[in-house]
Design a protein around this ligand. Structure first.
Ligand SMILES: Nc1ncnc2c1ncn2[C@@H]1O[C@H](COP(=O)(O)OP(=O)(O)O)[C@@H](O)[C@H]1O
Ligand SMILES: [Mg+2]
Length: 591
């Protein structure tokens, strides 16, 4: 579709000339107005994309006023056309911020370049504004306070709760440094505290605000708060800023309650600091009224479990949680599954059927692998997110739903946006709050607790009674890189529990391919010897002796021909963990 252009010019000759040139260039001239007032009427009726405006038009509305009104009232950007670049006209141009400026006589190519640049800038502005609007809409409903900042740590947005608590209006706060709008002090001694935003921006992992913190309102009021800081990534997966979600410490539950960590049906393991931060952040988001949440993480990192966890601790926990994988279902079926259909909508539709969105109303719908959603459905989904409204296939009635939408994707979503397979507007609509699950290799402290948890689970399932993991097994697990994340770990433990003949899971039954995974010393003479260092060989011998004797240090020392003191010293030196017994973990009931 050609761009639509309005000409505002009182000299007839120039207007006609302009019209001819523009038409020749392939633009559509919607009309010619000879005064500011006439331009406004035309702009309202004809909705042009751009106006070419003579600065010196006569009438009550001069060029600057007309430009301003066109932009503010009709959202039409302006290029100024001027007979001569006198200082007064230049000044006018400066204050009314046109998107382009041409001084007569100008070349045709110059005119075209100005128009193209202005159209581009305007489109970018619109996109930016849309993003902001949708962000605001989603944040307005939040009970928790939300402050977001860009990479320079200047404020980009406050939601209403944050406005009340900081005493700043969102628009006056925008562009100011975070520590000015959101000043924190220690409860203990009143000392200034700086939120660890720089660390979050640098490392891309969430952090807690910290304990014993007071938020200093602009009126001097101090409010005890708790909260989390999480990174925000743009559609290229680069960190573009951070969001702080916080609330009044005096209201509500404080830390995760143990009973809430294990909602019925499954349990989640979070032992590493990184994962505990993610869980805290997720809990705050879940408890707030945020209606759209994007879960990001590599495959197998636990997006499914996290979605269920968040549903179970939110206020919708007694309502349905309905998962739907956008990748597993063919396009046409996906559409009817989601939106339902009316009788006769297609040949097989002998009766009407409500879709998942309707069934989940009041609860949560979990759209897994959203990056694989067909483009044709994305527009419909956008409407659901924006208006909470849709129609069944073949239906004429709008159906309203009250939904929390959680969507999950791995990093492929970014490339889907890049390749045009995923709508940018839908991405921004989903991307209000991200919960990012770190890959397992970046939270190695979770590996052994997860492994113990799975041993308990498979004991139960296969009626075994393994006691846990040997030191060798625990070390081998910790050293592995887990490209398949928790899912891979779970499979490795399942196999090991099935294969294990002793009371403890041994490293050899984990089948880990990594080079230094197993303390395997007995190589056949014809096999090339692995080239271990003396230290590594010593470490492996210690592990093997300790595992063989179930950590009976007297027997292990005897076996190695060293004193018990030397053995103890070496255990400390190599930092060898005791076997990981599952005795302290309840058999988890995970799906
Ligand atoms: N923190 C966790 N605690 C317990 N089990 C987990 C945890 N994270 C993942 N799992 C298990 O690992 C497997 C993969 O998790 P899933 O949520 O399906 O990953 P994703 O959806 O990210 O691919 C599942 O069997 C899940 O139960
Ligand atoms: Mg999944």
């Amino acid at each position: 579709m050609p761009a639509r252009i309005l000409i505002v010019e009182n000299e007839r000759e120039t207007a006609v000339l302009l019209r001819d040139v523009l038409t020749e260039f392939g633009y559509l001239v919607t009309g010619v107005a000879s005064s500011g007032a006439a331009a406004m009427v035309r702009a309202q009726n004809e909705t042009p994309d751009l106006a070419l405006l003579d600065v010196s038009i006569p009438g009550e509305m001069d060029g600057a006023r007309t430009a301003h009104a066109l932009r503010e009232k009709c959202n039409v950007p302006v290029i100024f056309v001027n007979a001569n670049a006198d200082p007064q006209a230049l000044h006018l141009a400066e204050i009314s911020e046109p998107l382009g400026y041409l001084t007569k006589p100008f070349k045709r190519a110059q005119l075209q370049a100005n128009i193209e640049i202005a159209l581009y800038k305007h489109r970018e502005d619109l996109k930016c504004r849309e993003r902001m609007e949708s962000l605001l809409a989603a944040l307005r409903a939040l009970g928790a306070g939300v402050v977001s900042v860009n990479r320079e740590e200047t404020v980009t947005l406050l939601n209403p709760a944050a406005e009340v608590w900081t005493g700043w209006g969102s628009s006056e706060a925008q562009g100011r440094p975070l520590h000015e709008v959101f000043p924190l002090v220690a409860e203990r001694n009143g000392e200034r505290i700086y939120a660890r935003v720089a660390q979050v921006l640098a490392a891309g992992a969430s952090e807690e605000l910290g304990d014993g913190i007071l938020l200093l309102g602009s009126n001097g009021a101090k409010r005890p708060i708790e909260g989390s800081i999480a990174p925000i990534r743009d559609h290229r997966s680069e960190i573009s800023g951070a969001v702080i979600v916080f609330r009044d410490r005096r209201k509500g539950s404080g830390r995760l309650r143990p009973d809430l960590e294990r909602p019925s049906g499954f349990s989640m393991v979070a032992a590493s600091p990184a994962m505990q931060h993610v869980m805290e952040f997720a809990r705050r988001v879940a408890e707030s009224e945020t209606s759209t949440i994007l879960l990001q993480g590599e495959s197998g990192t636990g997006k499914d479990v996290m979605a269920r966890f968040m549903h179970h601790i939110g206020s919708r926990r007694d309502r349905p949680f309905v998962p739907l994988s956008c990748a597993a279902i063919p396009e046409t079926l996906l559409e009817s599954e989601m939106f339902g259909y009316e009788k006769g909508a297609f040949t097989d539709a002998v009766a009407q059927k409500p879709g998942i969105l309707e069934i989940a109303s009041g609860g949560t719908v979990f759209l897994d692998e959203i990056g694989d959603m067909p483009v044709s459905l994305q527009a419909k989904m956008l409407r659901v997110l924006e208006e909470r409204t849709f129609r069944r296939l073949g239906g004429v009635r709008d159906i309203h739903v009250d939904l929390r939408v959680m969507a999950a994707s791995n990093r492929k979503l970014a490339s889907a946006v890049e390749q045009g397979r995923f709508r940018l507007d839908l991405y921004y609509r989903l991307n209000v709050i991200q919960v990012v699950l770190p890959p397992l290799r970046e939270r190695r402290d979770d590996i052994v607790p997860l492994a113990k948890h799975f041993v308990g689970h498979y004991n139960h399932r296969f009626q075994r009674s393994l006691l846990g993991l040997t030191t060798g097994a625990a070390l081998a697990l910790r050293e592995h890189d887990w490209p398949g994340n928790v899912r891979e770990l779970r499979n490795a433990i399942e196999r090991a529990v099935l294969l294990e003949e002793s009371d403890w899971v041994q490293a050899s039954n984990l089948w880990l391919a990594s080079a230094h995974s197993l303390p395997e010393l007995r190589t056949r003479p014809d096999e090339p010897r692995p080239s271990y260092t003396l230290e590594e060989t010593e470490r492996r011998m210690l592990i093997e002796a300790l595992d063989k004797t179930s950590w009976n240090q007297t027997r292990a020392a005897l076996m190695l021909g060293i004193s018990r003191d030397t053995l103890r010293y070496k255990i400390r030196k190599f930092n060898l963990p005791r076997p990981a017994s599952i005795a302290d973990t309840a058999p988890g009931d995970i799906q």
